[in-house]
Design a protein around this ligand. Structure first.
Ligand code: ADE
Length: 230
């Protein structure tokens, strides 16, 4: 089975490329796609660049041009839930876009007509992740991830996102990738390791913990790949 693994930033896929061994490199639509065989699967790996638009382009190309049949996202997030500390892993149960605002027309925040406010991730991939977590002795948190084209570094914005969407973590790509996968009917999974807590010190923490947290997420994703059935 062909599996897409994507991140948003180079740092999020570097630990994956460093582990998979030999790969080929193809440039398309402003992005580099790496292909290899790992754990008995063909992989296509890429980082999209930050944000909803670039991540939607990359996910679409992985599916339409590279034939990905499942998509796994690996990266970092800002923690909202008090339970999430830097380095902890959170898998999305569902994702939403916290920056969508057409409330002037009577719609709730995050809702686009003919779309859905929350997009659920694939249940089979989530239960595989739960098994991997047990076997690796890792606490895997499950919760709602809110996505927007904003680096959140304020307690006020963070609380608003928590209250409006009941979100546990936030980042800048998951919901757009979810939207692409939902539209192409591709099972997908979003995993994030916490790099910061999306408040006053977020940018300093992000810089300090991006690499280590990205590596935590990447290691877990590759363990999932090894256990995926063909
Ligand atoms: N990804 C990691 N931390 C983030 C934050 N604070 N805001 C948005 N995306 C993030």
């Amino acid at each position: 089975m062909k599996i897409a693994i994507m991140g948003a930033m180079r740092e999020e896929i570097d630990p994956i490329l460093a582990t998979v061994g030999e790969y080929t490199r193809t440039e398309h639509a402003g992005t580099v796609f790496y292909e290899c065989v790992y754990g008995g699967h063909e992989l296509v790996i890429a980082y999209s660049k930050i944000g909803k638009v670039f991540s939607a382009i990359t996910a679409t190309v992985m599916i339409e041009r590279f034939g990905a049949q499942k998509l796994l996202f690996s990266g970092v997030a800002g923690g909202i839930s008090e339970e999430l500390k830097i380095g902890d892993l959170v898998m999305a149960s569902a994702l939403c876009q916290h920056d969508v605002d057409i409330v002037a027309f009577g719609h709730p925040y995050g809702f686009i007509p003919e779309g859905s406010l929350m997009i659920d991730t694939d249940e089979i991939l989530r239960s595989l992740a739960s098994e991997v977590a047990i076997d690796m002795g890792i606490d895997l948190y499950e919760g709602i991830i809110a996505t927007g084209d904003q680096f959140v570094a304020s307690s006020e914005r963070k609380s608003w996102i928590q209250q409006t969407f009941n979100a546990d973590a936030l980042e800048m790509e998951g919901a757009s990738v979810a939207c692409v996968c939902q539209n192409f009917d591709i099972p997908f999974f979003v995993l994030r390791a916490i790099s910061d807590t999306a408040d006053g010190g977020a940018s300093e923490d992000f810089d300090a913990f991006l690499k280590t947290s990205a590596a935590v997420s990447a290691t877990f994703i590759l363990e999932m790949v090894k256990r995926l059935e063909n």
